[in-house]
Design a protein around this ligand. Sequence first.
Ligand SMILES: [Zn+2]
Ligand SMILES: [Zn+2]
Length: 400
Amino acid sequence: MPSTTPRPAPKASNGALAAARRIEKELVDTRRTIHARPELGFEEKETCKLVTQRLAGMGLKPRVIAGTGVTALIESKTPGKVLMLRADMDALPIVEETGLPFASKNPGKMHACGHDFHTSILLGTARLLVADPPAKGTIKFNFQPAEEGLHGATGMIDAGIMTKPAVDTAFGYHIWQGIPVGRVGVVSGPAMAAVDKFTITIHGVGGHAAYPHQTVDPVVIASQVVTALQSISSRSINPLDSVVVTVASIHGGTAFNIIPPSVEMRGTVRSFSKSVRKEVPKRMAAIVKQLSSAMGGRGELNYVNEDPALVNDPKLAEFFRGVVRDVVGPKALIDAEPSMGGEDMAFYQEKVPGCYIFVGSSPKGTMYPHHHPKFNPDEGVLPIATAVMTEAARRWLAAN
Ligand SMILES: [Zn+2]
Ligand SMILES: [Zn+2]
């Protein structure tokens, strides 16, 4: 039955996408320039210089912080809230195999996560917001170094990115393989997992492989420990909570006829809730210690908390859904699933409410995932992400 309720007229926001499409060539050129010169975490000297020069060229006053990070402000005359827009800029230690004309010229380094896109998108967003600034409030740009495991976000926080002026809200984005280009995923609540890492050392007594009774074999103990660790997710944690316990590397021994004195294992734990994050290392320590000693050896666990879980504010997630519908189209929006991957944007969103969205970049043909040597996302994501971030910034500052 047709609804009799009059529908509100759609907000005329497609202007943001049209404006982003007008600078599409610049977005592509910038992405390719950065792609050809990938730099690892805290080494982003050329990228930092490019970002600084571009922002200065727009009439902004960029400032280098945290070594290779860059920040700049757009302040309107009417005071209001401070919104931080963040992009990461670092590359990965991967040998590129795309064969693209703009492939990496820095041997052994590659933009294989899409941070070249992120930097170009935020520069494009700055260009559109300078051309048509928000009516009130302040935009703070955060071009962050070293997202890939080196805590660039905490570097930026220590350098004062959240203060002077104090940030009220933070928005960020990742281009996303697995979501087709033209679509955008928004997750409400926990969106990316807390990342922890561990090293387990099993000490035994080495000896001749033909006389195991004269040794304490750490390989056999390690095998039991790996299996027992899998019981944490299946038997210790509420099945309704998500958790991953992965032993990703195991090393011991040098020859077919020697029982080694020790075995070392390394791996990662991913979780969303704080209580799970607390419980897992307790269970791991008990298994490693007690199982090893029951078998005559000694087990040690070294457990390190890395990034916290990235949690999207539900109201801001709803806000972004509206922006995506209006800017890209009603069919563009995807209720994306949370990811067990980590993201150091979480450090900012621990301090202020924020939202981090996934902008689809999967090309039509073969899709290579993030961190793959043939990673080659669809550049059609560039104007879409730029338009969404620009409109979100304008709309949020106008409404708050
Ligand atoms: Zn990555
Ligand atoms: Zn990334």
